[in-house]
Structures are given as structure tokens and as C-alpha cells.
Design a protein around this ligand. Structure first.
Ligand code: HEC
Ligand code: HEC
Length: 211
């Protein structure tokens, strides 16, 4: 780690890191940054109602967007607009938005701080933890951690799951299983369709408590 004794230097270092985070690859392409006025207008007048201004939605049915990976967010927004991912709610929200605006929105939400919750039901979470880390070899379920990472942080291509609302996670797993999440790439269908209802619930509870 960098060891700086001078606090002013630390401040610079922090500002530099922040700028690097906000100017994510998608944000950089158009020069749109998170503070772009038009983008903030959209965030506040349209997205905040359900997802929160900081991407931490208060209702468990709306996914948290804070700290989600930019490329994943960008693809989902395009898919909602172009009707590859069917959603009555989101389709309407983004139907008149352009890729440039998506880039700004993505730069904003992906650079927000993730929120965490206390694990409520630890017994259930333990079942979920097993599935997450080991999968279920009897049913051919692969470990979630093998793709989404040991802490559920995801990668540039794979969504972050840590701290997401369990109710949202559960609904998406069911949708993947039933092929109702129309833009899936077959991978999550083959995973989710092999989970029992208990496993689906338990893994969602466990992931929701990951920090
Ligand atoms: C009326 C509530 C509502 C509003 C307003 C809204 N959303 Fe959503 N959003 C949802 C719901 C519900 C979902 C989950 C998808 C589904 O079930 O249809 C979602 C999903 C998403 C996702 C996918 C997240 C993931 O993890 O896959 C993104 C990205 C998103 N919204 C961005 C936005 C942006 C940007 C705005 C503002 C332009 C916005 N939403 C406005 C309700 C809303
Ligand atoms: C082989 C890799 C792989 C494995 C294993 C895997 N996933 Fe995924 N997962 C993906 C990919 C790829 C996506 C993105 C799908 C898309 O872009 O539509 C995804 C998306 C998701 C989403 C949607 C996130 C959101 O924000 O809407 C959830 C929830 C999820 N996975 C949960 C799980 C769980 C739970 C397990 C373990 C039971 C698991 N995944 C195992 C690759 C994987």
C-alpha cells in the first residue's frame, strides 16, 4: 500500500481515485461525467423514485444499482430499451433515452457506494452459503462463486450480486429458470432451472447479506 505521511497528499490521492472511478470506460467515451446536468436531471426525475438517487433502492423489489459494473448496467439499459429484456416498468423508463444518456447514468450509478444489510436468518443463510460456494453436485448446480466471485462482487462482464435485495434476486432466479428473463445468455437459465425453491430462497438471502 501507499504510505503517505502528508494528509494533503492523501487528499490528492483520494480525489484521483474518485475521478478514475467516475470516468469509467463507458463514461469516458463521450466525455460525459457523473455530474453532467442532463444526466442528473434524469436520475432525479426518473430513476430516484424507485432506485434511489444513490442507487440504493428502498423497496426490495427494485434492484440496487450502486457499485454495479458499468458494462453490465449499460447492456441491461440497452436491452430494456430495445425490448430484449422485457419489463413493463423499465421499458417505459428508458424508451426515449440514447446511448449517450445511458453512459452518463451508468457512470453515476456504478460509482455510488454499495449498501449492506445485516444477515437476518442465519440458518437459511448457511444453506445459501453452501450453494453459493459449492453448488449442488447432486443436481448439477455449479458454485455461484465460480463466476460471480467468492464475495459476489462480479467482474466487468458479470453482475455484482453482493448486498442486492433478496426479493429481487429471488425473482430474477425464478425468471431465469422459466426463461422469463428474456435477454439471458443461457448460462443463468441452466443454473437457475436446477435450483429448488428452498435453494433459490436461501442463496438469495445469503447473497443479500454479503458485504
Ligand atoms: C417505477 C419504478 C422504476 C423506475 C422509475 C426506474 N426503474 Fe429501473 N427497475 C425497476 C424494476 C422493477 C426493475 C427490475 C426489472 C423488472 O423486474 O422489470 C428495474 C431494473 C433496472 C436495471 C437492471 C438492474 C439489474 O441488476 O439487472 C437497471 C440498470 C435500471 N433499472 C436502471 C434504471 C434507470 C437508469 C432508471 C431511470 C432512467 C430507472 N431504472 C427507473 C423499476 C424502476
Ligand atoms: C457460469 C457462470 C455463472 C454461474 C456459475 C452463475 N452465474 Fe449468475 N450470472 C452469470 C451471467 C453471465 C449473468 C448475466 C446475465 C445477463 O447478462 O443477462 C448472471 C446474472 C445473475 C443474476 C442477475 C443479476 C441482476 O442484477 O439482475 C443473478 C441474480 C445471478 N446471476 C445469480 C446467480 C446464482 C445465485 C448462482 C449460483 C446458484 C449463479 N448466478 C451462478 C453467470 C453465472
Amino acid at each position: 500500500m501507499l504510505n503517505t505521511r502528508c494528509s494533503a497528499h492523501k487528499h490528492y490521492l483520494f480525489a484521483g481515485l474518485l475521478a478514475a472511478v467516475i470516468a469509467s470506460p463507458v463514461g469516458a467515451q463521450t466525455g460525459l461525467v457523473a455530474s453532467d446536468q442532463r444526466v442528473m436531471e434524469i436520475v432525479e426525475s426518473r430513476c430516484a423514485l424507485c432506485h434511489g438517487r444513490e442507487g440504493v433502492s428502498s423497496s426490495p423489489i427494485y434492484p440496487r444499482l450502486a457499485a454495479q459494473h458499468p458494462d453490465y448496467l449499460f447492456k441491461q439499459l440497452q436491452d430494456f430499451r430495445d425490448k430484449r429484456r422485457k419489463s413493463d416498468t423499465m421499458g417505459d423508463m428508458v424508451k426515449d433515452l440514447k446511448d449517450e444518456e445511458f453512459r452518463g447514468l451508468v457512470a453515476w450509478f456504478s460509482s455510488r457506494k454499495p449498501a449492506f444489510r445485516q444477515q437476518s436468518d442465519t440458518e437459511l443463510a448457511d444453506v445459501g452459503k453452501y450453494i453459493f460456494n459449492k453448488g449442488n453436485s447432486f443436481a448439477g448446480v455449479p458454485a455461484c462463486a465460480s463466476c460471480h466471485g467468492p464475495k459476489g462482487y462480479g467482474t466487468q462482464q458479470l453482475p455484482r450480486l453482493a448486498g442486492q435485495h433478496p426479493a429481487y434476486l429471488e425473482s430474477q432466479l425464478k425468471d431465469f429458470g422459466d426463461r422469463e428473463r428474456t435477454n439471458d445468455n443461457a448460462v443463468m437459465h441452466s443454473v437457475a432451472s436446477k435450483l429448488t425453491a428452498l435453494e433459490t430462497h436461501a442463496v438469495a438471502v445469503y447473497i443479500g447479506g454479503l458485504q
